[in-house]
Design a protein around this ligand. Structure first.
Ligand code: UN1
Length: 494
């Protein structure tokens, strides 16, 4: 049985307690390996190692830091298929999507490696002669990256790669559902040449490791992706300590379909966005907002397609939809189906776990559609993080925009129309961090900012150069080479 250890100060170690947990395949129940169960003590050691390593790493030239990232990206390319298969077994997403997840990690690693020769500051004119004014980007310090299980490769790279290239050191605390992928990523970075202490891995189910990192005075930045409730908690603990926080929380994303849209294209985008990754993306589409004249036609096409989706093990090429991550997720989705019925929404398809034949070994739930959903129902307001889609009918683009925007989140919004004026108007008015025209709500690319408004986060963005705002601090530098006192705002220039 493979054992996955913690990585602290350049060494692969057991936990002081000696405790381990089992990692299981959510499609089959198969045990994949034993994972060392870190705790507060391991978190403490990891922070101390990261703190020590910071003093050297921040002075290591950024282009040299980037070389390590380039090598890591190349190794990820070489091992892409193996990593993707491992991901499907550990997390359940179908193989094509697992390949996409690894690819997104590769893309981000190359992109941030490129930043090693940019990390651009500014040079601007100074008020006086013989004086220069400029700004540079300094690393923040020790970063704690706390990541979810739904993108086991992509999301950790979104946090670790900008952190590392900018000269920060890090403690990586992956979700306890996907420790193996985290282990593989850290091993790749180690082999690529990252010095000891610069990146540390501490795994462990429960909240002990996360809480220790959150409360530690030597952790300068917490970068967290996960639920709204946990994000609020992170913010609350960090606020009195004035610790920097980057939050990437949920979504309640909608696709609007106007009466003039290409309905077949819209249906493809909706099914992909709602049921891809079994609805377990923060960008997943969980609401369709449709103009009344095409409601019947759209629903009919949607239901036909959804009924044809095949549930199963993601390694099987004929599978369209994999399992949910665990039993609790199946229960949560079931609870929302009950809530939806109680609120008066009409269940059109799905609505129950699937357990026939081999499916009984895993955590499967049938792709589900509710029609007749009102925008204020819990079904249409709360993040479900599963394969449940609500259809809401409206009478105009204006109403659609209002319905789209009136939710506690604002991550991704999409619109299908053939009318260019309506498309541009919607892009202006949709209140979310990411907008799509004639495409679904998922599939953001790494070179643009990723994140959202309202409860989706705290104003920061991951990915693209926007990520550098999170992982660096601006430093303004004035160099006066006049040899005399020049008082800003006071001494006139003659
Ligand atoms: C997430 O679900 O947290 O845009 C990330 C997308 C992917 C990333 C999703 N590129 O759907």
């Amino acid at each position: 049985m493979d054992v996955y250890r913690n990585y602290i100060d350049g060494r692969w170690v057991e936990a002081a307690s000696g405790a381990r947990t089992e990692d299981r395949n959510p499609a089959t129940g198969e045990v994949l390996g034993q994972v060392v169960k870190g705790g507060a003590r391991e978190a403490e050691e990891a922070v101390a190692a990261a703190r020590r390593a910071f003093d050297r790493w921040r002075l290591y030239p950024a282009p040299r830091r980037a070389e390590i990232l380039f090598r890591a990206a190349q190794m990820m390319v070489e091992r892409k298929e193996e990593l993707a298969r491992m991901m499907t077994r550990e997390m359940g997403k179908v193989l094509a999507e697992a390949r996409g997840d690894v690819q997104e990690g590769i893309d981000m690693t190359y992109f941030m490696a490129g930043e090693g020769r940019r990390l651009a500051g500014q040079t601007v004119p100074a008020e006086h002669p013989d004086k220069w004014a400029m700004s540079v980007r300094d690393p923040v310090g020790v970063v704690a990256a706390i990541t979810p299980w739904n993108f086991p490769m992509a999301i950790p790279t979104w946090k670790l790669m900008p952190a590392l290239v900018a000269g920060n050191t890090a403690i990586f605390k992956p979700a306890s559902e996907t420790p193996i992928l985290a282990y593989e990523l850290v091993r790749i970075l180690e082999e690529a040449g990252l010095p000891p202490g610069v990146l540390n891995l501490v795994t462990g189910p429960g909240s002990e490791v996360g809480e220790a990192l959150l409360n530690h005075p030597d952790v300068d930045l917490i970068s967290f992706t996960g639920s709204l409730e946990m994000g609020r908690h992170v913010q609350e603990v960090a606020a009195p300590k004035l610790k920097r926080v980057h939050l990437e929380l949920g979504g309640k994303n909608a696709i609007t379909v106007l009466a003039d849209a290409d309905l077949d294209l819209a249906v493809q985008g909706i099914v992909w966005s709602a049921f891809g990754t079994t609805g377990q993306r923060c960008t997943a589409c969980s609401r369709v907002i449709v103009e009344r004249p095409v409601h019947g036609q759209l629903l009919e096409k949607l239901v036909a397609r959804v009924q044809a989706l095949r549930l199963g093990d993601g390694l099987d090429p004929s599978t369209d939809v994999g399992p949910l991550i665990n039993r609790a997720a199946v229960e949560k989705v079931g609870e929302y189906v009950r809530i939806g019925k109680e609120e008066g929404a009409r269940l059109v398809v799905g609505g129950e776990p699937a357990a026939e034949g081999d499916l009984a070994r895993g955590h499967f739930f049938r792709p589900t559609i509710f029609d007749g959903v009102r925008p204020d129902m819990r079904l249409a307001q709360e993040e479900i993080f599963g394969p449940v889609l609500s259809v809401i009918t409206v009478d105009s683009l204006e109403e659609a925009v209002q319905v789209n925007n009136r939710v506690p989140y604002g991550l991704s919004s999409a619109l299908y129309t053939r009318d260019v004026n309506k498309a541009f108007r919607a892009m202006r008015d949709l209140s979310s961090g990411i907008c799509y025209v004639n495409a679904g709500t998922i599939g953001a690319e790494i070179q643009l900012p990723f994140g959202g408004v309202r409860g989706t986060g705290n104003g920061h963005r991951e990915a693209g150069i926007a990520a550098l705002e999170v992982y660096t601090e601006w430093k303004a530098i004035y160099v006066d080479f006049s040899g005399k006192l020049q008082r800003a705002q006071i001494d006139p220039v003659s």
